[in-house]
Design a protein around this ligand. Sequence first.
Ligand SMILES: [Zn+2]
Length: 77
Amino acid sequence: MDARFLDTLRCPVDPERAATLHRDREHLECDGCGVRYPIKNGLPVLIADDADLPPGCDRRLDLPCQQRLAARRKQKK
Ligand SMILES: [Zn+2]
């Protein structure tokens, strides 16, 4: 996978679309939330439902980036 291509990718679960990804063997791992996306046939599958959550995190809603979003939504009310 081309490094420049990797630079353009962002974590799809990050509400700010700011978190970058790095290669970890057969996965791309988010630098923000730690979610791991599989690489199939050389192509990253950036689909939240197909991704592995980081250890100790059972639900996507428990990820720090999702918690920040929830906190911001609460402030707006
Ligand atoms: Zn992320």
